[in-house]
Design a protein around this ligand. Structure first.
Ligand SMILES: [Fe+2]
Ligand SMILES: [Fe+2]
Length: 331
């Protein structure tokens, strides 16, 4: 009944019948890739991110919480896929759902080895369950749609940062014995995830624009995602080292780590958020579109670097990929 009401409202919006004009043609066919990383708790580098404790803790907290965000994206995308008429956008929504489902599954596997290494995964899952069950999952569908588009914006910002800073940070980190990690599986996990976040960055936004397009609702979703990803996840990251090992509270060495970590997270030069404020808030522009931030060349480079059949970082873990079929209205 509710679906029918929402369907009626959305179908009256002009534009739903036609393909969205802003598809990034280069990434129309988005594959759903399957991997098996075979994580091993003894191989985990708990300081994988530039050998910093707090810097890595942000990603570890994000990994625990993001599976909840991805499950919300999957549920919301499934609901709204039925309301989309354009077969190409429908097909792309299926790709989004498929990619996010595999992200969520594989991050859960990684979270399990975090748990085996005394990270407070059980506590964070308990807290995330409460927040999602009592707040986010109770939002009406249009709000969930807005939140989904905003979450995808933030992951696109992070992904672009990782790709654009390849020369100055990630590659340098991998070559530098002081910051290098031997934990190839963890690096592969995050680089694969970021590649795909950039690959599907426009899909949720296009669905939002086609089915709603309301500016202030979009701003509301953005504020919620901002509070969650920069506020709650950061708080989770800050608390994580202390919960894992209270000795960090009195460790002078740890506070030097905090300085380095903050440069990597919020520093104006290289910080994943600190150097990307403009991109983050560009979402508030009325005529914003994710493809205004073109990552086509970086994507091509990364696909080759990560998926090359002989030397790709992801190749040892790759199982298969497929592109969902395009179904026309008559099919
Ligand atoms: Fe994801
Ligand atoms: Fe995503």
């Amino acid at each position: 009944m509710l679906t029918q009401v929402v369907r009626k409202i959305f179908l009256t919006r002009s534009g739903n019948e036609t393909a969205c004009k802003q598809h990034n043609v280069a990434s129309l066919n988005i594959p759903i890739r399957h991997f098996d990383f075979k994580f091993d708790k003894d191989e985990l580098d708990s300081k994988f991110y530039f050998q910093t404790v707090l810097g890595s803790a942000y990603w570890q907290a994000l990994s625990i919480f993001l599976t909840y965000g991805e499950d919300l994206v999957i549920e919301t995308a499934r609901f709204h896929r039925d309301l989309v008429i354009d077969p190409v956008l429908k097909q792309r929504v299926t790709s989004l759902i498929g990619q996010e489902a595999i992200h969520s599954k594989i991050h859960e596997e990684w979270n399990e080895i975090l748990k085996d290494n005394r990270f407070p995964v059980t506590l964070y899952r308990f807290l995330a369950d409460k927040v999602f069950d009592h707040i986010f999952l109770r939002f009406p569908q249009p709000m969930k749609l807005s939140l989904m588009a905003a979450i995808e914006h933030f992951t696109a910002v992070i992904a672009q940062h990782m790709m654009v800073n390849t020369d100055s940070s990630i590659m340098a980190m991998m070559d530098n014995p002081l910051t290098r990690t031997e934990d190839n599986k963890t690096m592969a996990l995050w680089m694969w995830h970021m590649l795909e976040e950039s690959e599907h960055k426009d899909i949720a936004y296009d669905v939002y624009q086609v089915l709603s397009g309301n500016y202030w609702l979009r701003v509301s979703g953005f504020v919620l995602a901002l509070v969650t990803i920069l506020g709650l996840v950061s708080l989770g990251g800050i608390m994580l080292p202390y919960l894992r090992s209270p000795r960090y509270l009195i460790s002078r060495r740890y506070y030097n780590d905090v300085k380095d970590s903050l440069k990597l997270l919020v520093g104006r030069k290289y910080g994943v958020f600190g150097s990307n404020w403009h991109h983050v808030f560009d979402y508030l522009r009325r005529d914003f579109h994710p493809n205004d931030h073109d990552t086509t060349e970086y994507l091509e480079f990364y696909k080759k670097y990560l998926l090359d059949p002989e030397k790709g970082l992801l190749t040892p873990y790759f199982i298969k990929e497929f592109v969902p079929p395009l179904r026309t209205a008559a099919a």
